[in-house]
Design a protein around this ligand. Sequence first.
Ligand SMILES: [Zn+2]
Length: 508
Amino acid sequence: MPRPLKLKIGIEKGKITSVNETDGDLELIIDGVSKTYTNAYVLPGLVDSHAHIFGLGIKLNGLNLDGLTSAQSCVERAVNFDKYRGDWIVGRGWNQELWHSKKYPNHKLLDEAFPNIPVFLVRVDGHAAWVNSTAMEIAGLNELTGDPRGGEIKRFKSGKPTGILIDNAMQLVRHFIPDYKFDVKKRFIIEALNHCAEFGLTEIHDMDVLPNILDAFLDLNKNNQLPIRVTSYITGQTDEYIKANVKPLETEMLRVAGIKFYADGAIGSRGAAMLEPYTDSKLTGILFLKSIELKKKIRVALKKGFQIATHAIGDAANRLVLNSYQKLREEGFTPENALLRIEHAQIVHPNDVEKFAKYSVFAAVQPIHFLSDAKMMINRIGIRANYAYPWKSLVQQNAVIAGGSDFPIESQNPFLGIDGFINRIPFDEENSWFSEERISLDDALDAYTINAHKASNISHKRGSIEVGKDADLTIIDNDFKDKKQSSIVNTKVIATIVNGKVVYENVL
Ligand SMILES: [Zn+2]
């Protein structure tokens, strides 16, 4: 059991060589050099089993206009920003509802500050872009351009575009924005991973990695610049990875392990595929792939030696993926040669829960989504919320659940997730919701350690503090004897050790 303990741990060349209990300070002896930590407890290194590293890099480093209270202040922030996609200024987060005028801006203010540099600023919700004249010229956008299907070009009375593009009209310009510069990609990745190390994370399962971003990871790995471990799951929906000739890779700090597919959308936008219509709509959501297509794509990826991670949120999507996985098992893809996981597994019909263990399907779940979305979910699916986020049901059926955050959508703090698992108290609430689906502290810690490694086929090397295993450790100030929310979420990370190296230290 991965309880936080006081131990004396010997480490040589990145491996654990001795483990002894101690009454005194926690002690690490790394390649002969002793380090002690007072009031400290050690866990096997915590893993986030579903996240988006480059997305966090953009969030931390990109041009962020969140919360600014005027169009002018957005422009001022953009002026002082480094360009990192060719010559373009690209940013996100403006919201005219926060401005005195409450009106959409137009290109003129941007043109004054940026007469020659193209600018593309996305609204906070991602459904509109504010662009300048240079950007429109590059895209060939003018009064003669018609509105694309599913989009609108806002226009002055003269018919000239104002510089505000809605939904699919954004693509008319976005299409011309160059990729991130290579050194920028690397900088964003390193900063995101260092940020993760501060939260005690020693490894990330990085989801939906695009081949052009993977290149930056490969380069960092080659030059020993990855601070914590990365296990990549490459975008598979459009077969881009095949065109880019991405192959599985197994190195100390970086593994290219799997391919990521999508079976449906999300609950908030009613894109999650439900067996019955939503409670607040007549619709049932969207299945992105038929079972036959999904199985075909999965067979190709399995034969190339990849693991499979499929996004499924609604009960119809979970059923489709589980039944597809069942068929693949029956075709001879065994748990030994074909690792299958479902990402999110949010709404699982009670009849389907047993299929996870029966067909050796890992469930990569994000407790923090429950904490954020519980209220909205009840509006969307009503009484079916009783079988949403079925952590305890899965554990009772012997399914292996791995914990994660889905950052940057949510916080990367794993202690919020651990607390979510054991207390299940939505944000801004005081009591546990659907408390029968809470899991024990041991199960929660397993989800963030050994189970996460099982779900990426590396548990023989990591996930417990044992002689011979990789020296990935998370040192914290909390022994978790107090399991109340206030205690768990306030856990402080004292040090993060990866491959026998101290990659983060905060001596309190
Ligand atoms: Zn995700």
